[in-house]
Design a protein around this ligand. Structure first.
Ligand SMILES: N[C@@H](CCC(=O)N[C@@H](CS)C(=O)NCC(=O)O)C(=O)O
Length: 208
């Protein structure tokens, strides 16, 4: 088995979390390299695109969260082998990336501007994407985003929805998902209760 190291920030969420979950569910040993923001400033210049997460495999580096998710999904049987189902899994992960990019763009704004932009996101594209993600899930049976079984797409959506519901994002109502996309909220609960996901958070002493 190759030597694997996953590098990401030291919190239970974000673009690196689906990869940590996939490795854990797949029972694959890896070095869980968690950086503080001050460590990151020193390491950033030497990374391929100046961003995390990174997966190191036998000394070689892979960047871009969804490339990492696909690779680890294949390694852990959490990525569909059927080409069409794989493409549906990708579609979901890219849609989540669209949402992530919109949210991240508000992180470092002055308070008043952040408030205005987040309210506009909630009223517009964020709600639109959540409803459309829900519709895609329903079209595929309402349980999983691809191949009618757990995949890295479900893990990525779970991490996003949990974040939106957590209250960590000022001006994004914690009941937004429950109100406008209840099937996504149910999906989030279901994935949280997947045995591998539960076991991961229990090991890390986190609520999940
Ligand atoms: N397209 C990239 C985006 C990566 C990205 O923006 N990562 C953020 C954390 S989620 C980051 O490294 N931020 C710190 C920085 O840009 O210095 C991916 O999906 O991996």
């Amino acid at each position: 088995m190759a030597d694997l190291k996953l590098t990401y920030f030291d919190f239970h969420g974000g673009r690196g979390e689906p990869a940590r979950l996939a490795l854990s569910i797949g029972g694959i040993a890896f070095e869980d390299d968690r950086l503080s923001y001050s460590d990151w400033e020193c390491r950033k210049p030497d990374t391929p695109f100046g961003a995390l997460p990174l997966l190191e495999r036998d000394g070689q580096i892979l960047a871009q969260s969804n490339a990492i998710n696909r690779y680890l999904g294949r390694l852990t049987d959490l990525y569909p082998s059927d080409l069409w189902q794989a493409a549906l899994c990708d579609e979901t992960m890219e849609a989540v990336e669209d949402i992530n990019s919109m949210i991240v763009a508000t992180f470092f704004l002055p308070e008043e501007e952040k408030k205005a932009q987040r309210k506009a996101l909630v009223a517009g594209p964020l709600s639109f994407y959540l409803k459309r993600l829900e519709r895609r899930l329903e079209e595929r049976g309402g349980q999983y985003f691809a191949a009618e079984r757990l995949s890295v797409a479900d893990l990525k959506v779970f991490v996003l929805i949990r974040h939106l519901k957590s209250g960590a994002l000022d001006h994004v109502p914690t009941d937004l998902v429950d109100r406008i996309a209840p099937v996504l909220a149910q999906h989030c609960e279901r994935i949280k209760n997947e045995p591998g996901v539960k076991a991961y958070y229990a090991r890390h002493g986190a609520a999940g």
